[in-house]
Design a protein around this ligand. Sequence first.
Ligand SMILES: C[S@@+](CC[C@H](N)C(=O)[O-])C[C@H]1O[C@@H](n2cnc3c(N)ncnc32)[C@H](O)[C@@H]1O
Length: 263
Amino acid sequence: MSMQARDNGGVRPPDRGKLIRFKPVAREEQPSAQGQAVEKRSFYRRVDVADTYDAQRFGGDSGARVNARELALACDLLPAGGVVADVGCGTGRLTKALRGRGDRVIPCDASLAMLRVAGRGGAGPAVQADAFALPLSDGACDGIATVRFLFHFADPAPLLRELRRVTSAGGTLVCDTYSWSPRSLLAVGRQRWGARVATVGRDEFRSLARAAGWDLRVARPCFLISPYVYRRLPLPVVGVLERLERRVPRFLLCRTFWALEAV
Ligand SMILES: C[S@@+](CC[C@H](N)C(=O)[O-])C[C@H]1O[C@@H](n2cnc3c(N)ncnc32)[C@H](O)[C@@H]1O
């Protein structure tokens, strides 16, 4: 077995010249090689999970609405036109949106299965990489976009530090967190949806980000309940929920999109 294949946990790297550029990271450099982070990585490496990811979360009219809202939030918060890493890019929905507006995007994900779906969907070249030890030089990026990613990890601090390392001073990180979710208590349908999500209070997240070298620029609370629920509801009901979101106190909303600036 080649050194590359061993470093990649035994997954055979794609043939040279194919869609995915393989960039291994040595095992001893991966703080994510423990606990919950391993479970998340393993879950998304499953071919069945990758192949059904988009339809389960963004299928149907209501799913398309959730997708459009999330992409609009992320694109709106991230200045256009720079070098942007889409970390945990998954099936590439945000990569495509950012490329579409002219950003030079580096999509990264630990899962070859997800990257293959991204490739088939037209997301272009991508890098298989562990977000805890990115194969990018210091300050390589003007911006980072990482959606539906941080809330998979109980402690986002090491990720926030690594994302800061690869971002130039003044650059922007766009990310999202949950402040509450039933799935933080119980992993309903674990085989299908994966392990529990992590929640973090907005003040606590601000402190964690600050300690990792990020200043808060914008916080956009959104969604009354998990978007997984929105996806399952008829579109007119989703419309009602969205109108309600604008009326209730912002602390009741369960998710926040953040724009942070590298200091
Ligand atoms: C919920 S999906 C989000 C995908 C995409 N950002 C989106 O919004 O649809 C989480 C992604 O994070 C990736 N992932 C999990 N652990 C990772 C790690 N340690 N490094 C890089 N990617 C990881 C998974 O493979 C998966 O594609």
